[in-house]
Design a protein around this ligand. Structure first.
Ligand code: HEM
Length: 493
């Protein structure tokens, strides 16, 4: 890779920091900005904007171990790279770093993210189509209602575990376990295996010295699943992958299960945490939700624009010399899709603080041949899980000052470490047939017609199947109505 002249790579032109200053840590050889470390972790969006100001839509950056890459910041340039697969390969074996000695494949924490594996992410063309065909068939076997039923069951179980205490830590008790429980169930694993994998999957993304061991743990668990499903197939992702005419080997099946688990878990957990954080910290956001100006799916889409669960997507490798966004890219160079940076590019969003309204053209699921095939499942987990939480705990509020919230970041993603909330204590639904009686509604505000009273929910059997107990559309009206009352906003228009 050609590293541009030093004067163009310095992120912050101006005085050179004195030796020992932490600012030194933000840049490596040639003054190239590091996409890891303190600056990248505390304010990744700020860092992307500095890079954009210094380099335009494509910037040279350094990854862990000072491995060189190009970060694509422009919206159009991201689409360009993601959709021109003959020019930008998804196969990491085309990277020159493997042979130049730039990385130690035995020890580098980057390997789980950028190393080659026998899965569809690392394939192009016909091979990609063969593998992806099996993945989409395995995901498409579930209709939305079927998936929703599992989400509903797990969401109620999780809420039952903390609703009596009047407080919860939503990241650890809801947004992380819910997608993991749903995904491990869809994969064909027992419910007990889900929680065990949470730690390993998170660790893998952090690119720490334990990432390689966590990767090995995830693969071993999935290997056991493949063996079990060979013996007794079921209506699950693992069994459909094995039976698909694409003829996946056991190793390929195992790697696709890993891919689905990792691609789906971290991203969906981050998305849910971000939506819930907005709900409890931003009165405008919550007011729009409560007032019906924004539906929950629209709120989820807004967060996908503003805070993509995967901020930087690894990676693409140039198949030949080319130019992109004013930079000369050489054959074998590594490019990273800057999904978060692209989503706020002025070329598509003049004012990132304004609402996007029904626009799904964000980059959060990427684009082109590798565009996320699980996005509907991710959306339905987020929509349904949050809907149930807000229905059952409409008075939920942040339990600490907003300034006390903290994030953990890696080069690829940023997630909230904890979301402590409080609410009025409630009995678990299994023990309580009916929701607590609601306070009398205030008189309708001027111009707002009164909503019909929500009928009382019928008796809930211990199975807690919300789908049969309260249809989702009704549930949505119900939490909105209750939230509006708590906010003193009158009835739902
Ligand atoms: C909000 C949740 C999610 C987000 C933001 C997300 C985002 C992404 C992104 C950015 C990619 C990379 C595409 C590329 O390399 O260009 C991807 C790929 C992928 N995602 Fe998702 N994803 C989500 C949920 C899921 C779920 C729930 C599943 C499975 C059930 C899933 C399965 C996959 C697979 C299999 C790929 C690889 C596709 C390929 O290479 O052809 N994702 N996702």
């Amino acid at each position: 890779m050609t590293v541009p002249p030093t004067d163009r790579t310095a992120t912050e032109p101006g005085p050179v920091p004195p030796p020992g200053c932490p600012a030194h840590l933000a840049t490596g050889a040639g003054g190239v900005t590091r996409l890891h470390g303190a600056a990248a972790e505390t304010d990744p969006m700020g860092l992307y904007e500095k890079l954009r100001a210094a380099h335009g839509p494509v910037a040279p950056v350094l990854l862990e171990g000072d491995v060189r890459a190009w970060l694509v910041l422009g919206y159009l340039e991201n689409r360009d790279v993601a959709t021109r697969s003959t020019q930008f390969s998804r196969d990491p074996r085309t990277w020159h770093g493997w042979t130049s000695g730039e990385i130690d494949p035995e020890t580098s924490p980057l390997v789980p993210m950028i190393g080659w594996r026998p899965d569809c992410v690392c394939a192009d063309g016909e091979e990609h189509q063969r593998l992806r065909g099996a993945v989409t068939a395995s995901l498409n076997q579930f209709d939305q209602r079927g998936v929703r039923r599992h989400i509903t069951r797990f969401a109620h179980q999780l809420i039952d575990d903390f609703c009596e205490s009047g407080k919860a830590e939503l990241v650890g008790q809801f947004t992380e376990p819910l997608p993991m429980l749903v995904l491990t169930h869809l994969l064909g694993m027992s419910d007990e295996d889900g929680p065990k994998l949470v730690h390993a999957a998170r660790d893998l993304f952090k690119a720490t010295e334990t990432s390689l061991a966590s990767n090995a743990y995830v693969l071993e668990t999935l290997k056991q699943l493949v063996a079990a499903k060979r013996a007794v197939p079921g209506p699950d992702i693992a069994s459909v992958l094995m039976a698909h005419p694409a003829g996946l080997s056991d190793e390929e099946v195992q790697h696709h299960l890993r891919l689905i688990l990792l691609a789906g878990y971290e991203t969906t957990a981050n998305l849910m945490a971000n939506v819930l954080r907005m709900t409890v910290t931003d009165p405008r956001f919550r007011g729009s939700l409560a007032g019906g100006q924004m539906t929950l799916p629209e709120a989820v889409e807004q967060v996908l624009w503003d805070e993509p669960p995967l901020m930087v997507c690894p990676g693409r490798w140039a198949t030949g010399d080319t130019s992109l966004g004013g930079q000369e890219i050489k054959a074998g160079d590594m490019l990273l899709l800057g999904l978060a940076a692209g989503n706020v590019d002025q070329a598509v969003r003049q004012d990132p603080s304004t609402r996007v309204h029904h626009n799904r053209a964000h980059l959060s699921f990427s684009a082109g041949a590798h565009e996320c095939p699980g996005q509907d499942i991710g959306r339905v987990i987020a929509d349904t899980g949050i809907d149930i939480l807000l229905t059952r705990l409409p008075d939920i509020g942040l339990a600490i000052a907003e300034s006390g919230l903290s994030w953990r970041s890696s080069t690829w993603a940023r997630h909230l470490t904890a979301l402590p909330v409080k609410f009025a204590s409630r009995a678990p639904e299994a023990a309580h047939a009916l929701p607590a009686p609601l306070p009398a509604p205030p008189p309708p505000s001027a111009g707002m017609p009164a909503a019909p009273r929500t009928p009382a929910a019928p008796h809930v059997p211990p199975g807690r199947e919300t789908a049969s107990r309260m249809p989702l559309a009704e549930a949505r009206v119900s939490w909105r109505t209750r939230l509006r009352r708590l906010l003193g906003l009158g009835q739902v228009p």
